[in-house]
Design a protein around this ligand. Structure first.
Ligand SMILES: NC(=O)c1ccc[n+]([C@@H]2O[C@H](COP(=O)([O-])OP(=O)(O)OC[C@H]3O[C@@H](n4cnc5c(N)ncnc54)[C@H](O)[C@@H]3O)[C@@H](O)[C@H]2O)c1
Length: 324
C-alpha cells in the first residue's frame, strides 16, 4: 500500500484527488495547500486531512504528488527527494533549467523515482497509434486553447507547447540540430502564441503552433513518414492512419492510386481507441514503476529534455523580439 500526499488542490489537483480515490493499493494520507478557502472546500468534500506544514505531509507519505504552480515545483521536489520519497510532479518539471538540472542530479543520487505529468503520453488517441512503428520525418502540430489566467505564470511554450515537445522528443530518435521560433505576448507578459520549427539531425522537421488566446480549442498532431500518415486528435480522442496496404491490413478500407512507380493500394485505418482516463493511467503507471521497480514512464530526464528545448525556443523568441 503506497501512502500518497497531494500538494496543491486547485483545478488539476482535484482531478488527481478523484483519481487517487479510484486507484487500488494506495492510501490518501492528506493534502497541503496554503489557500484556506480551497483547503476548507477540499477537506469537507473529500473528508481528507489538511496538513498545515508541507514537511509533515512529506514525512507521512511514500509518494509526493505535486500539482502546485510551477514556481513551487523545485522546492517541494527537492525536500521530498532528500527525504527519500517518490515524486510525481506536474509539467513543467521546474521553473528554471538550473532547478531542472539539480533535480535530475538529486534523483540520480537517490533511491527514488520521479515522474513528470506529461499526460498526453497516456491520451487514448496516442495509445491507439502505438500499434504502428513510428519514424516520423515531418510533423505538424496545432495546440490551441482559449484564454484562461490559470497557468499564465509561465509562457505558452512551458504551459502548452511542452506537451508536444515531449511527445516529439520521445518519437524522434535523433538530436535537435536547429530551432527557429517566433512568438508574441498578447494578453500576458510572456509569449501567448508561438510558431516553432525544430530540425533534427536525421532530417526530421517538426512545425509547432501553440496558442492560449484562440477562440476555438484544438490539439492535433500530424505525422508523415515513409509510406504512412498518422493523425492524432488529442482533444477529440480520434486517430487516423493512412498507409500503403500491407498483408496485416486485411480489414482496412482501401483504394488505389497511380504513382510514378505504378499502382499503389492505400489503406485507411482507424485504430480502436482504448477507454482509459489519461490522468488515472499516468498515476497508476507511476505506482507500478515504484512497486515493481520499473523505469518511470516519463522520467526526470524526459522532463529535463522537454524543458531544455522549451527554454531554447524561448531564447530564440527573445532574441527575435529584441532584434525586430
Ligand atoms: N498536465 C497538464 O495537462 C496540466 C494541466 C493544467 C495544469 N498543469 C500543471 O499543474 C500545476 C497546477 O495547475 P492548476 O491549473 O491546478 O493551478 P491552480 O492555480 O488551479 O492550482 C494550484 C493550487 O496550488 C496551491 N499552491 C500554491 N502554492 C503552493 C505550495 N507551495 N504548495 C502546495 N500548493 C500550493 C494553490 O493555492 C492552488 O490551490 C501547474 O504546474 C500546471 O503547469 C498541468
Amino acid at each position: 500500500m503506497l501512502k500518497i500526499g497531494v500538494f496543491g488542490v486547485g483545478h488539476l489537483g482535484k482531478f488527481h484527488l478523484n483519481n487517487w480515490k479510484e486507484i487500488k493499493d494506495v492510501e490518501l494520507v492528506g493534502f497541503y495547500d496554503p489557500d484556506d478557502k480551497v483547503a476548507q472546500e477540499v477537506s469537507e468534500k473529500y473528508q481528507l486531512v489538511r496538513f498545515l506544514d508541507a514537511g509533515s505531509l512529506i514525512d507521512a507519505c511514500d509518494l509526493v504528488d505535486i500539482i502546485a504552480p510551477t514556481p513551487f515545483h523545485f522546492g517541494l521536489c527537492e525536500k521530498a527527494i532528500r527525504k527519500g520519497k517518490h515524486v510525481f510532479v506536474e509539467k513543467p518539471l521546474a521553473n528554471t533549467m538550473e532547478e531542472a538540472r539539480e533535480l535530475v542530479k538529486l534523483v540520480k543520487e537517490s533511491n527514488v523515482k520521479l515522474q513528470v505529468g506529461h499526460v498526453e503520453r497516456f491520451n487514448p488517441a496516442y495509445i491507439a497509434v502505438q500499434s504502428i512503428p513510428m519514424n516520423p520525418m515531418f510533423i505538424e502540430v496545432h495546440r490551441l486553447a482559449q484564454f484562461n489566467p490559470r497557468g499564465t505564470e509561465v509562457s505558452v511554450i512551458l504551459d502548452l507547447m511542452i506537451h508536444d515537445i515531449d511527445i516529439i522528443l520521445s518519437l524522434v530518435k535523433s538530436e535537435v540540430k536547429n530551432i527557429s521560433a517566433s512568438g508574441v505576448a498578447v494578453m500576458t507578459d510572456t509569449p501567448d502564441i508561438a510558431s516553432v520549427r525544430i530540425e533534427f539531425n536525421n532530417g526530421c522537421v517538426a512545425n509547432l503552433t501553440s496558442s492560449r488566446i484562440s477562440m476555438k480549442k484544438m490539439r492535433k498532431m500530424r505525422l508523415f513518414q515513409k509510406d504512412a500518415y498518422i493523425g492524432i486528435d488529442f482533444l477529440n480522442k480520434k486517430t487516423e492512419i493512412i498507409k500503403l496496404r500491407t498483408p496485416q491490413d486485411l480489414d482496412a478500407f482501401t483504394f488505389d492510386i497511380e504513382t510514378q512507380n505504378g499502382k499503389k493500394t492505400i489503406a485507411i485505418i482507424n485504430p480502436a481507441i482504448p477507454e482509459v482516463n489519461a490522468i488515472k493511467l499516468e498515476l497508476e503507471k507511476f505506482c507500478e514503476a515504484i512497486l515493481y521497480n520499473k523505469p518511470s514512464p516519463v522520467s526526470e530526464v524526459d522532463g529535463f529534455r522537454a524543458m531544455d528545448i522549451a527554454h531554447q525556443i524561448l531564447q530564440k523568441i527573445r532574441h527575435n523580439t529584441i532584434n525586430s
